[in-house]
Ligand binder design. Structure first.
Ligand code: NZQ
Ligand code: ZN
Length: 383
């Protein structure tokens, strides 16, 4: 196990009716900038619950943070927050609203353009505090310091690290209005978050492996219950907690991490407009295949095959391939397509991704072996 440092200050408030506790979590002198997405909260009662909890507080609302939030919209939110002298940001929505609010909370105390902060990759120290009311289990943004911001002008999408939310409210009942596609995406994104941290090399930490496998098995178990459309509270509760745990820094203690699938997926979103999780379910199976052939993931894939899919028959290569196919089949069972051609992504997009990575001089993977040429191979396998 490698040395590690762990820090996570986010207070979680979980369960039915938790939004009502908002008033107790906010400082009494708060001048709040409340950030929202496109309006789903108006259709599921979240907006009413938030405004009733905010009764007596000074606040202004900013609407219209889009999926894959853009710096262009964020600049307008920052301008509003500066004008209102906001000293607290309350994000009400999914990963997109929360990610955008992490950047807003940093930019409110700075003169730099928000895109400059994104390009820095990490923003430290000065933030207006941030609280969240989560409406879609998927990204883990409610309990991590990461954010991913896009630019419509340059068609780029980059991750950066800012602050952790001071608190996040998680009420599984607010997920009942999520459409099947978003539920599928939330399950898939969480699954891939675990895979990026778990599926590297064996023998680093038994405990991290068992934690990770527990989340993967939970996601598989709850997927049909969540997608049945029934308001099954316990399944939604497990979904929400699993999604938070998948990316709150609790399963990567002292172990290697990959993130190639995410970095390739972000380009597919930026250039071809694919939804985040949809890009991941297309890229992950091929990343596993190509990296196993190169040797990086070979031995861990055998453990994954047995522990998650019960695959014990066949030689090494057959077991690895069976596990990759089972993973792809799981994503398809959620109702997502898993091939670039099915998503209408052209060869030009693949070429542009390889060109960008070459120009940026980046390599990915737990061992730094995923060069732009390996990315080309992965993308060809995703066809
Ligand atoms: O905008 P509204 O109208 O609210 O609608 C949203 C949006 O259209 C809707 N929605 C959310 N809650 C709902 C609901 N509809 C009905 N009922 C509800 N309860 O769902 C749509 C998707 O929302 P969004 O916030 O975009 O989804 P998600 O949470 O998947 O966030 C995706 C963004 O997070 C980034 C992605 O790259 C992408 O930009 N990520 C952030 C990470 C992080 N901060 O750690 C890690 C992830 O890997 C990911 O990259
Ligand atoms: Zn993700």
């Amino acid at each position: 196990m490698n040395n590690f440092r762990y820090y996570n200050p986010t207070q979680l408030i979980f369960g039915k009716g938790s939004i009502a506790r908002l008033a107790k979590l906010l400082p009494s002198d708060a001048k709040i900038l409340v950030t929202y997405g496109g309006g789903s909260v108006r259709r599921n009662g979240v907006y009413e619950q938030v405004t009733s909890a905010l009764h007596g507080f000074e606040y202004s609302e900013f609407w219209g943070l889009e999926s894959n939030p853009t710096v262009e919209t964020i600049r307008r939110a920052v301008a509003q927050g500066k004008e209102k002298k906001s000293n607290f940001v309350l994000a009400v929505g999914g990963g997109s609203v929360i990610d955008a609010s992490k950047l807003i909370s940093a930019a409110l105390l700075r003169d730099e353009d928000p895109w400059q902060l994104v390009l820095q990759g990490i923003v430290r120290d000065r933030f207006v505090p941030l609280g969240t009311v989560l409406t879609i289990p998927a990204t883990g943004s409610e309990m991590n310091s990461g954010a991913v911001i896009s630019s419509s002008e340059t068609k780029e999408k980059f991750p950066f690290h800012g602050q952790f939310p001071t608190f996040s409210i998680l009420d599984p009942e607010v997920t009942y209005t999520l459409p099947p596609f978003q539920l599928a995406c939330g399950i898939a994104d969480s699954y891939v978050h675990v895979m990026e941290q778990y599926l590297t090399a064996p023998g680093q930490s038994r405990l991290m492996d068992r934690f990770a496998e527990g989340i993967l098995l939970t996601l598989r178990e709850i997927a049909p219950l969540v997608l049945s459309g029934e308001p099954n509270y316990d399944a939604r509760a497990d979904f929400m907690v699993a999604a938070t745990h998948a990316l709150n820094g609790s399963i990567n203690w002292g172990v290697k991490e990959d993130w190639s699938t995410h970095m390739i997926g972000h380009e597919l979103t930026a250039i071809a407009g694919l939804t985040h999780a949809h890009s991941l379910v297309i890229v992950l199976p091929s990343t596993l295949r190509v990296m196993s052939r190169m040797g990086d993931k070979h031995d861990k894939m055998l453990e994954y095959a047995e522990h998650i899919w019960g695959i014990k028959e066949g030689n090494d290569e057959e077991r690895i391939e069976a596990a990759i196919q089972a993973t792809e089949q799981f994503f398809r069972s959620l109702g997502l397509t898993t091939r670039l051609r099915e998503a209408g992504v052209s060869q030009e997009v693949e070429d542009e991704i390889v060109r960008r990575f070459t120009e940026r001089g980046v390599v990915f993977g737990e061992n730094g072996t995923v060069t732009p040429e390996v990315v080309r191979e992965i993308l060809a396998d995703c066809r």
